[in-house]
Design a protein around this ligand. Structure first.
Ligand code: SF4
Length: 692
């Protein structure tokens, strides 16, 4: 059996891939992988069912006709070079994905930031965890997740806020369920507008109003101070306490939508339990005030010193398998490789020197929503989209589709041509898929694991790092993009992390700077950092942070309602998210009949009282509309959603249900700090669909 890593969520479970007696591929949980110890969820268990080649893109295409690699790569290099020469480096962009392996990400980032000389590279991870990155950087000075998965098992209280862990990070949920069964004294609090499957283990569920999370954590901070629970010794390592507390005391707990009695119960539990972990995910991040919400959570842990110790700390959980790797490698438009800061001249010079780069941007590039706006208004004239489907997944998705339709030159690398985005490409490049490629990914606890190849590349499919490197070479940088294996890319990346480590940056894996091919092949999962300064473990129990003065910063947070306003025309609040058994826009999971059985079609979850009010019946068709677009969805009556709020899954595409692209309805409102879209709070109208 070959050891690899599941390509879906940020839990990063280890898998064993082999063949059964009939020669069919089988995938099992890896009992030795520290993320899952052999467990898999429904998606991981069905991996072998998603490897068929029936819809694979097997040769490059130019304007819909099959082409050779030479012709396609020459065209991509020439059109990017010409566009840059005529309109400058910021007239081109890469939009990449948390599905990329770290080695792929590294090459894309080096090509755009170091050689093209623009910071216009952003990732679809912008849609899922950019607010956590921004919150970490504001509080800690770097994007550092303090804890480890085992902290959820060691805690006496686990708070899950904006996280449907049971469906979105199922194996971590399984670990939590097992820990709670073993230690009945453990308590779990779920903060979520919906009564999700995660609430099955909740001792307390706070059905927070949409956007009300910061009001809850501000109320908690005020109560921590009022009850004398502040850790004064730890506060010596923190600045901003007084301002953060004043803002917390000034905020209105009623904004949370939670009763005073429920809030008091929550505060009793949180303040009265030393070993507390607060897990947060998309429900916090996908907000126009997501960064503030993250900092409201971090404030409570900093005020009490409950951070970086066994069973204690704030814990952001990433959505995608390599969202963390993308953060580390500089896949966001406002970051450099290895957690170095694009806008820090010392960091910039160090990376430029290491790369021997001709030109480095001095300011952040365009974040995802602004990037597609720039495509729409002609400022970006050539874009390369890699392993993501923004025509389905971006907010205001119809505008994204129109922007790409009007763009001079669109390149798409993917495993299939059957996406709404690939349909708009001038050049389609066939990439290898999971099981066919080698590289590394980082999960939510900073654990770097190998993905390993067990299948040959089908047809003409190539690895992403190699496609990007070949374009870099054809654009004139032959010597700088001449790796012969992902192991060489990883070694260069590790060496660069040592440069950052010497500048005092947290991310340092320089121990692997000279990793050999056999050692890379055998690389065991490890938690970073792994450099001369320190190895693995947790961060911040010692009060040492990565800010200029070495102290953490508490941030004054004033809770804000969602930007999209409820009105007579748009009286409902639309929440979007994942279902248990589908992944993203279903290009892989929809291949499994077993996974499709869970929830077979797109739906709108609506409270029965609301449905009756607008004339909808169970299993009818609802028309969901915002100022930006509309979708048609099957009605699913449920009192698990709050009256006035509705929920729709984000997976279905134009191909599988022509009017079900829910992101055509979601407004492209973003957090001003993180640039993350507010995907969970668009004001919408709901009416029965009348066939014309
Ligand atoms: Fe894969 Fe996530 Fe399921 Fe683990 S929990 S098997 S990483 S989808």
């Amino acid at each position: 059996m070959t050891r690899s890593t599941c390509p879906y969520c940020g839990v990063g479970c280890g898998v064993l891939i082999g063949r059964d007696g009939a020669g069919e591929i089988v995938v099992k949980g890896d009992p030795e992988h520290p993320a899952n110890y052999g467990r898999l969820c429904s998606k991981g268990t069905a991996l072998a069912e998603t490897l068929g080649l029936e819809d694979r893109l097997l040769a490059p295409q130019i304007d819909g006709r099959e082409a050779g690699w030479d012709e396609a790569l020459e065209l991509v290099a020439r059109r990017f070079t010409e566009t840059i020469a005529e309109h400058g480096p910021d007239s081109v962009a890469f939009y990449v994905s948390g599905q990329l392996l770290t080695e792929d990400y590294y090459v894309a980032n080096k090509l755009m930031k170091g050689f093209i000389g623009s910071a216009n590279i952003d990732t679809n991870s912008r849609l899922c965890m950019a607010s956590s990155v921004a919150g970490h950087r504001r509080a800690f000075g770097t994007d550092t997740v303090p804890g480890l998965y085992e902290d959820l098992e060691l805690a006496d209280l686990v708070v899950l806020t904006g996280s449907n862990l049971a469906w979105c990070h199922p194996v971590l949920y399984q670990r939590l369920v097992a820990a709670k069964a073993a230690r009945p004294e453990m308590r779990v609090v779920v903060i979520d507008p919906r009564r999700t499957a995660t609430c099955d283990i909740a001792d307390l569920h706070l059905a927070v109003a949409s956007g009300g999370d910061a009001a809850i954590f501000n109320a908690l901070l005020a109560e921590i101070a009022r009850r004398g629970a502040v850790d004064r010794a730890y506060l010596a390592h923190v600045t901003g306490f007084d301002a953060a507390l004043a803002a917390a005391e000034a905020s209105d707990p009623a904004m949370s939508g939670v009763s005073n009695a429920e809030l008091a119960r929550f505060c009793d539990l949180w303040i009265g339990t030393e070993k507390v972990v607060t897990v947060y995910s998309q429900g916090i991040n996908q907000s126009s005030s997501g960064t503030d919400k993250v900092n409201a959570i971090l404030n409570c842990h900093l005020a009490t010193g409950r951070i970086g110790q066994p069973g204690m700390g704030p814990f952001s959980i990433t959505g995608q398998p390599n969202a963390m790797g993308g953060r580390e490698v500089g896949g966001l438009a406002n970051m450099l490789a290895c957690h170095m800061d694009l806008e820090n001249p010392t960091h910039r010079a160090a990376v430029q020197d290491f790369w021997r780069a001709p030109a480095m941007p001095e300011a952040a590039g365009l974040k995802a929503v602004d990037m597609f706006r720039a495509v729409g208004n002609g400022k970006i004239r050539a874009i390369w989209i890699i392993h993501t489907n923004p025509v389905v997944s971006m907010p205001d998705a119809d505008a994204v589709r129109a922007a790409l339709r009007g763009c001079d030159f669109v390149v798409v690398s993917d495993v299939t041509a059957r996406t709404d985005t690939a349909a708009l490409a001038h050049v389609l490049l066939p990439a290898t898929a999971w099981g066919e490629k080698d590289g590394t990914v980082t999960n939510s606890e900073r654990r770097i694991s190998r993905q390993r190849r067990v299948l040959p590349a089908p047809g003409g499919a190539r690895h992403d790092w190699r496609i990007l490197a070949e374009v870099g070479q054809r654009m004139g940088w032959r010597g700088e993009f001449c790796w012969t294996s992902p192991a060489e890319v990883f070694a260069e990346y590790a060496a660069l992390s040592g440069v950052g480590g010497r500048l005092g940056v947290d991310f340092d894996i320089s121990e692997y700077s000279e990793i050999s091919l056999p050692d890379y092949a055998a690389l065991e999962p490890f938690v970073w950092p792994q450099g001369p300064g320190r190895k693995g473990g947790r961060f911040f129990a010692d009060g040492q942070f990565y800010t200029p003065d070495g102290k953490a910063r508490m941030i004054a947070v004033t809770p804000r309602a969602p930007v999209s306003r409820i009105s007579a025309e748009f009286p409902f609040r639309l929440n979007t998210g994942r279902t248990r058994d589908q992944w993203h826009t279903m290009t892989r999971t929809a291949k499994s009949a077993r996974l499709n059985q869970h929830l077979g079609e797109p739906y709108l979850e609506i409270h029965p009282d609301d449905a009756a009010r607008v004339g909808l019946e169970a299993a009818g068709i609802a028309r969901v509309a915002s100022a930006d677009g509309e979708a048609l969805l099957r009605v699913y009556l449920s009192d698990a959603v709050r009256p006035g709020e509705v929920f729709a899954p984000m997976h279905w595409t134009g191909e599988t249900a022509s009017a079900a692209r829910i992101d055509a309805v979601v407004s492209a409102v973003t957090d001003p700090v993180s640039g993350q879209p507010e995907s969970k709070a668009t004001a919408v109208s709901i009416t029965p669909f009348q066939a014309r």
